[in-house]
Design a protein around this ligand. Structure first.
Ligand SMILES: [Zn+2]
Length: 104
């Protein structure tokens, strides 16, 4: 069973409690009405689909119901770190070191 750590509840819960909510850190244009159709479609429809580490929004739907962000490896399906929505992308090297400390 895949466990996902909710940064608000501060515990790992089964993945069935969560819902994927798309790519994280998508910046909304300041003046969306001034965009061309091509610029708008790029903002609204185009998303990264990397093989490797990706940053995603998740929602703890059957828990606290709050949105948060996660760094996940799409190859291994492992969550590297989760963090509250609105925070900057974490330093993944530092996060890996923190996880290694917690595992010992
Ligand atoms: Zn939660």
């Amino acid at each position: 069973m895949l466990l996902i750590h909710c940064p608000y509840c501060e515990e790992a819960r089964p993945e069935i409690e969560f819902r994927h909510a798309g790519e994280a850190h998508i910046a909304r244009p300041a003046d969306i009405a001034s965009l061309t159709d091509e610029e708008f479609s790029r903002f609204f429809f185009y998303r990264d689909n990397p093989k490797g580490i990706t940053f995603e929004r998740w929602r703890h739907l059957h828990g606290c119901a709050r949105f948060f962000n996660a760094a996940r490896d799409t190859v291994t399906d492992k969550f590297l770190v989760t963090y509250p929505a609105g925070e900057a992308k974490p330093d993944l090297v530092e996060a890996a070191n923190e996880n290694a400390k917690g595992a010992t």
